[in-house]
Design a protein around this ligand. Sequence first.
Ligand SMILES: *[C@@H]1O[C@H](CO)[C@@H](O)[C@H](O)[C@H]1NC(C)=O
Ligand SMILES: *[C@@H]1O[C@H](CO)[C@@H](O)[C@H](O)[C@H]1NC(C)=O
Ligand SMILES: *[C@@H]1O[C@H](CO)[C@@H](O)[C@H](O)[C@H]1NC(C)=O
Ligand SMILES: *[C@@H]1O[C@H](CO)[C@@H](O)[C@H](O)[C@H]1NC(C)=O
Ligand SMILES: *[C@@H]1O[C@H](CO)[C@@H](O)[C@H](O)[C@H]1NC(C)=O
Ligand SMILES: *[C@@H]1O[C@H](CO)[C@@H](O)[C@H](O)[C@H]1NC(C)=O
Ligand SMILES: *[C@@H]1O[C@H](CO)[C@@H](O)[C@H](O)[C@H]1NC(C)=O
Ligand SMILES: *[C@@H]1O[C@H](CO)[C@@H](O)[C@H](O)[C@H]1NC(C)=O
Ligand SMILES: [Cu+2]
Length: 575
Amino acid sequence: METYNLIVKPWCSHFFLGLFAMLALLSLSADAETHYHQFVIQAKPVKRLCRTHNTITVNGQFPGPTLEVRNGDSLVIRVVNSAQYNISLHWHGIRQLRNPWADGPSYVTQCPIQPGGTYTYRFTIINQEGTLWWHAHTNWLRATVYGALIIHPKLGSPYPFSTPKREYTILLGEWFDRNPMDVLKLAQFTGAAPNVSDAFTINGQPGDLYRCSSQETKRFAIESGETVLLRIIGSMLNQELFFAIANHKMTVVGVDAAYTKPFTTNVVMIGPGQTTNVLLTADQPPAHYYMAAHAYNTANAPFDNTTTTAILEYKSAPCKKGQSSRPVFPQLPGYNDTATATAFTAGIKSPASQVKAITDIDENLFFTAGLGLNNCTRPNSPRCQGPNGTRITASMNNVSFVLPRTNSIMQAYYQGVPGVFTTDFPPVPPVQFDYTGNVSRGLWQPIPGTKLYKLKYGSRVQIVLQDTSIVTTEDHPMHIHGYHFYVVGSGFGNFNPRTDPANFNFVDPPLRNTIGTNPGGWVAIRFVADNPGVWLVHCHIDAHLSTGLAMAFLVENGFGESQSVIPPPADLPTC
Ligand SMILES: *[C@@H]1O[C@H](CO)[C@@H](O)[C@H](O)[C@H]1NC(C)=O
Ligand SMILES: *[C@@H]1O[C@H](CO)[C@@H](O)[C@H](O)[C@H]1NC(C)=O
Ligand SMILES: *[C@@H]1O[C@H](CO)[C@@H](O)[C@H](O)[C@H]1NC(C)=O
Ligand SMILES: *[C@@H]1O[C@H](CO)[C@@H](O)[C@H](O)[C@H]1NC(C)=O
Ligand SMILES: *[C@@H]1O[C@H](CO)[C@@H](O)[C@H](O)[C@H]1NC(C)=O
Ligand SMILES: *[C@@H]1O[C@H](CO)[C@@H](O)[C@H](O)[C@H]1NC(C)=O
Ligand SMILES: *[C@@H]1O[C@H](CO)[C@@H](O)[C@H](O)[C@H]1NC(C)=O
Ligand SMILES: *[C@@H]1O[C@H](CO)[C@@H](O)[C@H](O)[C@H]1NC(C)=O
Ligand SMILES: [Cu+2]
């Protein structure tokens, strides 16, 4: 089935043309459109690294279709599941105000769409502009089921920078030379760390440095002197990346669908779930230049150390036919270069004029985020292949998040079905310890649970997300559904509640939907709980999410209809 895209134009008549053309244009620019799409989830043979795999795709495309809309537009996306897996789709970074039914995480806000089933996601973009993306939110299906979601400003509303000559979307991904669902299944059986990926990709292609991949290397054309906008999307499954372009600087102008102060850099560090918009000026001698990405690895564990490439081609580059001269290669930071990663992330600031500072808080939350080990009664069994005969797990505040199986949390909450979840997620760690020190082995095993934390509508929330050194320290890219938040502070070691808040930034903090904890460190975020519903909070490294590095907020309704969750759509899947 083809994607179709009907655009409902606002009412318009011939009378407005001619004399009232200007008036008509103005009325057009004020009106929003509704975009209709059909997404068919289906398996399709995809060949990468010399081998063909039956790959789960949308409409047979990998990566999936790009959604391109304007701020204020609505989307109606009918998802037909023609694959053999349960699935649901998440529109990453979209606020989904009062509309958790369109958010997508399986067993959190909806039951999955079962094979043969359909569900139509309906939502409106409200005051968001920039680059977001969509992806599957069931097990590891997002390894191949993802695509860009581009939000242009309203008609007649400019970017806060000179309009670039062209725009390119750069979806960074991770490819497994096997069915990613099998990789997950094996890890869930053995309890060991899942296998790492075999390649990173740019718009689905590994590029020149991998076997059988040269022909399909992505190429981006550019004209000498022009400035283009690159929308870089962190759609990797498990790995944070460094990204650079040979001999070219980039100017960051937006992250996670929020504008930033322009910030010039040689390298971008991007985690799964994050997006970074950069301007690139073709100010170098006309030639071909590699853009490349490789791991920023912070864990003490094996990782995919390969490098994906694409080629930036000046149109006026001298023809090199028959010659084997390679494009210039960029300098990427070392895999463990935390200093460079931290400097990049810290350089991202909001334009101060756009900040609605949250200086007072009602909820002061402190959540640890990290890995753990479950002891086994039979440490040598095939199901206990983690370190020293254990099973790897992960948790926040010592609760390893377990998805319900018989209902989604939101549906259970809305219908008043008991026994699906509890609301006793601890606001602070149940045991205080030296989070980033030598943690006693007795503290490594969390308890499983489906625990939520209740927030009053409109409460002003601060969360300090603290990495732990249990098993390994690591930068965990933490994502909050239904919200974006100000990043007001970050640091290394243990957060100090007496001294660290004095350095918080209320002037130009970046507004994001995903932020790393820092490896062996912490990050402090603030938001106003103005979106009622059940909203998942989790590490966007799927290897961690699938072992329990998550919790959820239950944001209560406020007063009246305009502060309450809307009724669920009639076609919402049931379990
Ligand atoms: C995992 O990696 C091992 C070692 O490379 C390999 O033998 C195995 O087939 C892989 N399996 C899966 C399901 O990832
Ligand atoms: C990647 O890791 C493998 C071992 O897993 C090693 O043999 C190889 O040299 C590494 N490559 C790079 C570029 O670091
Ligand atoms: C980073 O890796 C290099 C090379 O493996 C090593 O020599 C260095 O000690 C590491 N640095 C840190 C901060 O871990
Ligand atoms: C596993 O056991 C070895 C040897 O006793 C020890 O050195 C290591 O720290 C242990 N690892 C974990 C994760 O417990
Ligand atoms: C960590 O603490 C344990 C005891 O709890 C001790 O045996 C071990 O030597 C310590 N390790 C380090 C690196 O300090
Ligand atoms: C798990 O095993 C380790 C090492 O044998 C031990 O130190 C720890 O106390 C055990 N944890 C629990 C929760 O039983
Ligand atoms: C987690 O909970 C278990 C069970 O109550 C307890 O043994 C352990 O000490 C706790 N660990 C931490 C880090 O709170
Ligand atoms: C698919 O979802 C349904 C409904 O939640 C559930 O009963 C079934 O077990 C799921 N199938 C798999 C393979 O997880
Ligand atoms: Cu993580």
